[in-house]
Each structure stands twice: as structure tokens, then as C-alpha cells.
Design a binder for this molecule. Sequence first.
Ligand code: G3P
Ligand code: CA
Length: 744
Amino acid sequence: MSVKALMIRLSAALLLGVGGAQAVTLAGYAELPADTFAPGPASGAWRDGLRGQARFQGQPVQGFSGVQFAPDGTYLFLSDNGYGAKNNSADYLLRLYRLTLTPKTAPTGTGKVEVGAFIQLRDPERRVPWAIVNEASPERLLTGADFDPEGFVVAPDGTLWVGDEFGPYLLHFSADGVLLDAPMPTPNLPGLPTLTGRPPLVIAHRGSSGTRPEHTLEAYRVAIEAGADFIEPDLVVTKDGVLVARHEPVMAVLDGSGKVTEATTDVATRPEFAGRVKTKNLDGQDVTGYWIEDFTLAELKTLRAVERLPALRGRTFDGQFEVPTLSEIIALIRDTETRTGRRVGIYPETKHPTFMTAQAGVNTSQLVIDTLKKEGFTDPARVFIQSFETGNLRDLHATIMPAAGVKLPLVQLLGGQTGAPYDLTARKDPRRNTDLTTPEGLRDIATYASGIGPSKGWIIDGKGQTTDFVTRAHAAGLLVHPYTFRNEPTFLPAQYANNPEAEMRQAILAGVDGLFTDFPATGAKVVAEYAAPEVRSPQHPAFTQGASSGAATLGSSGGFEGLTLSPDGKTLHALLEKTVAGDAPGQLRLHAIDLATRRWTLTGRYPLDAPGNAIGDITPVNASELIVIERDGGSGDAARTKRLYRLSLTDRNADGTLKKTLLADLLNIADPQGLAPSTTGGVFRFPYVTIENVIVLDATTVLVANDNNYPGTGGRGAAVKDTNEFIWLKLDAPLTLAPGVGRR
Ligand code: G3P
Ligand code: CA
């Protein structure tokens, strides 16, 4: 190597500037002109779903999105879906082209790409269960409006597996391109860290209380129809011993001047009840107002609910709805189930048990069980009973439920970090909430309860960081159902930028098993992202050909850009290009598919450098390591990130994502020989927006190529059509290759 070349390589190595990165040198270069066509029908007639004049005579041999070795030293390259989008590509035929690449390896040589035969992907055996573009023809040639192929492998049996991104699907073809099986959908393998692995429950907090006055049949009805799994009545008792739904026994609070400061009924406007105002000590505080336990059910039924937070939620529904009994709420559940098929559960909270016993002389826990039994609503899959106090839950567990012959899951509610259960305070027990949440405290709760219902601050701290609370509660075998998720900005910590879904997602990723929300429609929407059986893009046929019951959970062009085969030929590795809705931003799901059993598992998550980046391709190094292309959306001078990473399939970062190590910066490749026409100052840049082909040739050489998005421009100038460039990169340190990896 000349001194000049050595200097260029050293400076390139310094420019890489990332620990562990290798300096890479351009060892070979070849180029396929943009306007290269193969035989076939004229194409390019479609624009935004409308058919016009064909722009091209024949089929373009471009847009490569995958590469594998072919016999005789040639390569197979997969052509992408064509003209940029599904509705532009109905006349673009999906093919694999055999290319003979002759790199330029010395300043005086030439790089050459010869296009050979192609394999036409097709479905003559009618494996695709929906109408394809060439539905009626016998050959049923597949087009870029049917699938968007982004990666492929040649299996040991010679068949081809192709990763698509319209489904996204995996497609299985014979060696000569005949579809062998129905497209294989992408299972939603969320790997949710809930206690059961199932998606979390949506618990309608006081009903759909964000949109209707809380604790009314209307609030519960709206909640059920919005998709809640459970509806939550807080329960207090009337003078004649009936459980009704109110958050507090006091239904209108007065200040010292007699002004109403908070109300959930219009009782303060009723002159007939003016004499009912009383001051009582509620859990250690004197409160003046109208108390439910001083009203008979008949009196209570003359009142109407009003909005508790009118400044925030308005008064549209004031004066319309009664205070419901627990029995009426159960009747509503049954009625709604009959009408809509929605089968929900009930999540009653015994409010202020110590106060209720002292003031009303009623054990509301006993009354809840009696009422549930009377109404025949004792399925443990459809009831949770919750309380902030501990003694009544212990009683329910130890005596009340056994005596009644029912066994329902109990949930210990937990107030803020500085608080304590009132029954403990009342009997001078010094334990506080922090004592209840030690490992011993949580194990103690698990002796009588199935779950814990903490305020949100236990799960996500004041700095927006996820705590270890869920992990610790799960370790004790406890479900975790935090409260209260609300949509209004005033309740949302600043880090969520007015996006309540983001807060719910963080809690779900923390592993919560359910969440109390005033807005069950929002909760149901977010949870559905995790509950969907399949990952689907907006181009999935369920959406484009009607009859859909779900929403897309993957952005457009986010499918299997990464598809490769393990060195032993037994496992497909399939990496999504974009983040599935609900996953942590910037993390991509990497799946393993056992070719013998067709079983999918989640290997782990690939961490992008930035959430807006994407991956371009993957290829194996050995059994525990892949190479991944990561790129940003820039091209030409605007390109900032075009990189090769080594990705470990076994080592993980602290956040659980798979560990990656920079292998090469494709914007900083030493080209001491000046092999590439674009090389400047001895440095070659590969600034294409999509770089979608990588394969290991030997321990120190990898081949990389772009997808030119024909007839796109921008990589080498705004007015220059992007070509297909093929670059051979020499690594400074050898890769540890498994047998079978590299050109044999
Ligand atoms: O029961 C969960 C949650 O409702 C506890 O808070 O005060 O709204 O009943 P609260
Ligand atoms: Ca409650």
C-alpha cells in the first residue's frame, strides 16, 4: 500500500469515530446503468392507481432488495415492488435476476454487471387466497401491486423464501418461482411482560368518566361499547342498606360558606334536602356535605348526576342520569351483553370500609358478596374486588367469601408513596404504603390478594422513568392494575407531549396487567395494538380488499426488509424494517422461524440509532451474529447514517435490546485506488436512501448494493437517475464465519 493510500485509510478510520468500528476499504466496484430493461410487458403505466400510457418498454432490472449466491459464481438479486408504491406497480413483474458481477479492482480496470436469466415469481396453483392483479390468467404472474418483496433466501432444499412488506408476509416459492404455500402472515409476538403474557385489561374507571358523568349507567354503557374489559363502580351504601355507585359517600361537598366545592349529584339544588347537610370525619378529615348513608334509595333516585369536573369536561350531560345500584349495573352488563355480545366484567371498590362500618353500621364487603351472589354474578373471571384498606380484603379472603362459597380475585389498592391504608392508621399500625411494597410486603399482600392497584407514580416515576415496581410485584405473583390514565393534558406528565396513548404504552411495556382509565376508548385502542393476532401494514389485503376487523399496527413500507437464513439452514431470521405500534420507539422485532415446524419466535429487538432510521438488509456471520444495514431517510449530501452493524443474537443491552457493534460507515469508505467514479479525496460515500443488499463473501469481504428505486434520483445528484452500484468492502479485521457462510 502506498503512503498516500495508508494515510487515506488512517484518516477514514479516524473519521469513523466510533469505538470498535473497522476501517473499510473499497476493494471492488461495479455499476448497472439505471435504464436497464429485461424482456416483458411494457410497464410504468400506473400513477396513483390510475392507468395511463406505459412509460417503459419492458421490465426494469432494478430496485434490488435482496441478494444471494447463485451457481457458477453469479448472484441472484431480488427486484423490489417496482414503481414506488402498490398502486403504481400493477404492471411491474416480480422477479429474481441472475447477475454476473465483475468488479473493478484496480484503477485501470472496469466494473461490469451482466444481466442473465430471471426467475418470474408466480402463483399458478392459486395459493394466494385473495384476488391478485393477474387473477384470471393461467400463469398468475405476481406484480408489485400484489406483494412488495424485500428480502429472500435460498433454503437447503432449493426453494425460495421471500420477505414481503404489504402483509407483511413470508412467501415460499419453488426454485423456479412458483408459490408453494399461502402467504404466511406475521404473528403478533409482543412478548408482553404482563404476568400472564396476555394483553392488559382496560378497566373503565368510574365508567367512561372522561366523557360522561362518572358512576352512571350511561358512563358504564359508553365504556362497554368503547371496548372496556371491566367497568369500575366505587361502592357506598344508602340509609336502607343498598350498595350504590359513587366515588365518595359524600355526594356534594360544601365549604365553610356553604358553597359547593365538588358534587356528583344535584342534591345541593334540592330544597327538600337542605336539612341533610352534615359534617363527618371521613378517614381523619372533617368533611361537610350531603352523605349517601343519610338518604334512602328512593330519595337518592330523585337526584340526578352532575359532572364532577365541569371546568374540564363540561355540563352537557348534567341532570340526565340517576345514581345506579350495584344490581342495576350488573343488569346493564347483562343487557349490553345480550344486545352487543360484549362480555365484560365488574371491578367494584369498597369505599372507606372503616368509615362505612362506623357511620352506616354496614360491612360493605359482606354486602358486595351478598349482592353479587343474589345477582348470580360470581364468575371469578369477571369480577375483581378492590380496596385501599387491608383489613376488609383479608376478611373477604379468610371468612366472607369462603362462607358464601365464592372465590373472587382481590386487589389491594395502593395510594401515593407517602400514604398509608386508613385502616392501619386508624388502629395505630405504623405500616405505610412503602412497607406494603417491600418484597416481604408484596409477598404478604399475595397471601390474600391476586393483584395490586397502585397509583401510576409507582410504575413511572416523576422523571418519566419506568421503575422496577411491576417486576417486583410480578415476582410476588401479583397482577398490577395501576390508576388513573386520563387523556386531558392537565393530567398528563409533560414528557408525553399531550399524547395519552404514549403514557399507556409506557405502562404496558412496563408490564402492567391492566389499567384504570377515564377514557376506555383510548385504552382499548392502545391495548388492541398488543392484542392483535397479526402484525399488519396498511397495504395488507384485509384493508385494501375490504372486510377488516382490525387496524394496521405497522407503518407502510415497514415489513421484512431483513430476511436471511441461519448458517445451518434451519432457521429464517426475519427483521421488520419499522417499529410495530406499541413497541418502544426505535426498536425493531427480529423473528426466528423454524423451517421444519414453521414456528415463529421473537429473537429480540434491534435498536435503531434513531427512531426515524430503518434497516435495509441482514445476512448471517455465524450462528449468533448477523450483519444489519441501517440507514436514515437521506440521500446524496443529506445522507447522515448509512451503516453496517454486527448484531448479536445472544448479547443484550441493559434495556433488553440486542447488542450491536458498528462494522462499517458506508459514508466513509477509503478508496485509495479511486475505483468508484464518485470517490473524492480518497473517500467513497454510498449515500443512497435505500441500501438493501448485503452478503458476506469471505471473512474480510462483504458485498453491498443499493436499491435505486427506479427511476428515482438523488443519490448522485438531484437530476441524476440513481444507478445500481455494487461495492466490495474489505474489512480490517476478519469476521468469525460459521461454516457455510461466504462464497463457497
Ligand atoms: O380503584 C382504582 C382507582 O379508582 C382508585 O382511585 O380514588 O379513583 O377510586 P379512586
Ligand atoms: Ca376506585
